[in-house]
Design a protein around this ligand. Structure first.
Ligand SMILES: Nc1ncnc2c1ncn2[C@@H]1O[C@H](COP(=O)(O)OP(=O)(O)OP(=O)(O)O)[C@@H](O)[C@H]1O
Ligand SMILES: [Mg+2]
Length: 657
């Protein structure tokens, strides 16, 4: 395969031209005999066409090689030019090479001709490559300088000198503009050659410490060979410049890292915007806090108002009337006061912000105690079913708070059911897997104690679902719900690293499930956590004992545990009082041996009026009557004297269930 070569011959002899062409063909080139022999023709050919090579004779009748070289130099200096002469002359050879010829050959000795063409072509190709490289270098330098000067950052290039200083070697336009602003129109001229420290001091008005810290950053960039990016600010006359500074070590092609690029970006407006935003956020937070506080205060005030209206109203009725309905009004007063007490308890539980008591305890007795309370207070149409797994592990927590969780969930369940329904409670351990844990933060995989409280009540509307745990969210009529119950539950559960889930179907019922992590350590004692003494709810209780001392003590005790005692030392008078208002008393507590009428006789008489009335027997003589006898005589419970407050409270609670 021959290489196409566009050759322009400057030659008066057609034969010589053919000879050279043959040589070229033999050397592997494919060329056409295009020949000129005058200056004009040569000039025109060079101007009009592209050539790979010019081969010129030295002397021609109307033209010569040196003239041709001059024209070639003027029009197409890049095209290789080989001079082929019939005359020998070293001086001509030297002269022609000086004038730009690639080579000089003798017509009589063409052995060197093809190698000379080869070399000329190779050198021409190299020149072209070199020229292209130069062009693109110039282009990229132009581009770089465009970018260098167009960037909004202030750029300064330092060179790291052996005397341990960084000196400015180049700066961009933005930096010079800035210098002009700060140092005046003569400022820029003073910049080249300045040290980093001088620049910090004069241009950026840095304190000595700030200057030192800039210098440290520069050193760090150089020693680590990595850019150093940091934020700082400069206090310039009349304004503060927040800046993002980058020191970038710039590697030198041969001698490692010797240059350092400083870039200074003005982030003042971004900073100001951030500060404004932070201010707004904190204001918003503050106003949310105030809003929540207002809501809290409003909720409390509202409920207390209702309760106080009841208390004051009934108290005034009592004051005005002094008649037989006094006990009933007192009962209302007590009822309202008790609700106020509960409300305060909820608020305290809700507002308690300190971390709960943390000790290993068993949840089981707490739940059992709560179940008892619920059984005692729920309407009779509500069945309470409880399943408590055996050998439950302990958990770490605060017994009072946990008690509150169970009570609040059960109370809601009962309230959602009205008169009829089933409340189911279960307490068991469950193993949480990774999938469940992911959907229920903050649960992690592992063993948990799960309390489930299910009811067959109204269910929860989907619109209410998202607000369920918000303080003061309630759907209950004014006076019967404050909306704190679930907020307390939520707070307690979170405080115990647990979680809560709700499943509800409107019209069918609701299931709340609470998960608490189990604890590795064992509580000091299984019965360490004695539940609170069960409290009454202002129920009227008839108390009969012939001993005045016992009567006054029992009266005080009954009041203390939340009942409304009506007490007699005379069983006949007691019976009369009962006969006057047979529905008023929820329970009767009577002594066994009394003059005029024994406890057994009194119980029988009362049961004739109200067969289901719970009557509790107290007796000073152990063995005077046994449990079976007492049951046969219609007593709900039998209490040995002297009875402790707790025993009395628990007996009453069981009797009233
Ligand atoms: N088991 C449930 N069934 C149906 N609705 C429920 C149940 N539990 C809670 N809710 C709904 O969630 C609301 C909020 O409950 P939460 O216990 O926080 O307040 P509350 O019961 O209304 O008032 P409080 O508990 O302060 O007396 C209730 O008003 C009720 O609408
Ligand atoms: Mg509630």
């Amino acid at each position: 395969m021959s290489v196409p070569l566009r050759v322009l011959f400057v030659e008066d002899s057609e034969d010589d031209c053919a000879l050279l062409l043959r040589e070229l063909n033999r050397g592997g080139y494919d060329s056409q005999p295009i020949r000129v022999e005058t200056a004009d023709a040569f000039r025109t050919a060079l101007n009009d066409e592209e050539w790979d090579l010019v081969i010129s004779d030295y002397s021609m009748p109307r033209f010569n090689g040196m003239q041709a070289l001059a024209i070639h130099h003027e029009i197409a200096a890049d095209v290789p030019f080989i001079l082929v002469s019939g005359t020998v002359g070293e001086d001509i050879a030297v002269e022609s090479i000086k004038a730009g010829a690639s080579d000089y050959l003798m017509k009589g000795n063409l052995i060197r001709f093809v190698p000379a063409v080869n070399r000329a072509m190779r050198e021409a190709a190299e020149r072209r490559t070199h020229r292209r490289a130069l062009v693109s270098l110039r282009e990229s330098q132009g581009m770089l300088s465009l970018i260098y000067n167009a960037t909004p950052d202030k750029l300064v290039l330092f060179s790291a000198l052996p005397d341990d200083s960084y000196r400015i070697t180049s700066t961009n336009r933005k930096f010079l503009d800035f210098v002009e602003q700060t140092l005046g129109p003569t400022g820029p001229a003073t910049i080249p050659g300045r040290r980093l420290e001088e620049m910090a001091d004069t241009v950026f008005a840095c304190t000595p410490e700030a200057t030192r810290s800039l210098r440290d950053r520069a050193d760090q960039a150089m020693s680590e060979g990595r850019p150093q990016l940091f934020e700082t600010f400069f206090t310039l006359p009349g304004r503060r410049l927040h800046a993002e500074i980058t020191f970038t070590p710039v590697a030198d092609a041969d001698a490692g890292t010797r240059n350092l690029l400083w870039s200074c970006r003005d982030i003042s407006s971004r900073k100001e915007a951030q500060e404004r935003q932070q201010l707004l956020e904190s204001q918003l937070q503050q106003s949310r806090k105030l809003e929540a506080l207002g809501q809290l205060a409003g909720g409390i005030a509202h409920d207390f108002n209702n309760l106080l209206t009841g208390i004051i109203g009934y108290a005034e009725l009592i004051k005005a009337s002094g008649n037989a309905r006094v006990p009933e009004h007192i009962e209302q007063v007590l009822h309202a006061a008790n609700r106020a007490k509960d409300l305060v308890k909820q608020i305290l539980a809700f507002s308690r912000r300190e971390t709960p008591e943390r000790k290993p305890i068993y949840f089981e007795p707490i739940v059992r105690e709560a179940i008892q309370l619920i059984r005692a207070s729920a309407p009779s149409g509500i069945r309470v079913e409880a399943f408590i797994a055996s050998d439950l592990p302990p958990l770490v927590g605060d017994p009072t708070q946990l008690h509150q969780v169970v009570i609040n969930l059960c109370t809601n369940a009962v309230q959602a059911m009205g008169d009829q329904g089933k409340l189911s409670l279960s307490l068991e351990t469950v193993v949480v897997d990774s999938g469940f844990a992911r959907n229920h933060p903050p649960l992690s995989e592992g063993e948990f104690i799960r309390l489930s409280v299910g009811d067959t009540g109204t269910g929860i509307e989907s619109t209410a679902m998202e607000h369920l745990f918000e303080p003061f969210f309630t759907t209950k009529p004014t006076g019967s719900g404050t909306g704190l119950g679930l907020a307390v539950v939520h707070g307690v559960v979170r405080g115990h690293d647990g979680t809560i889930s709700v499943d509800s179907r409107t019209g069918e019922g609701t299931m709340f499930q609470v998960y608490f992590p189990v604890s590795g350590s064992i509580p000091d004692s299984r019965v360490a956590e004695r539940p609170d003494v069960p409290q009454g709810n202002g129920e009227a209780v008839l108390f009969v004992d012939d001993e005045a001392g016992i009567v006054s003590l029992a009266t005080a005790v009954l009041e203390q545990i939340g009942y409304m005692p009506v007490s007699f030392t005379d069983p006949v008078k007691a019976f009369d009082a009962f006969q006057n208002e047979p529905d008023r008393f929820k329970a009767v507590i009577t002594d066994l041996t009394m003059p005029k009428m024994t406890g057994t006789e009194l119980a029988q008489a009362l049961h004739r009026l109200r067969p289901n009335l719970p009557v509790i027997l107290t007796s000073g003589y152990s063995g005077a009557i046994d449990g079976d006898q007492a049951a046969r005589s219609g007593f709900a419970e039998i209490l040995g004297k002297p009875f402790a407050l707790r025993t009395l409270a628990e007996a009453l609670q069981r009797a009233l269930r």
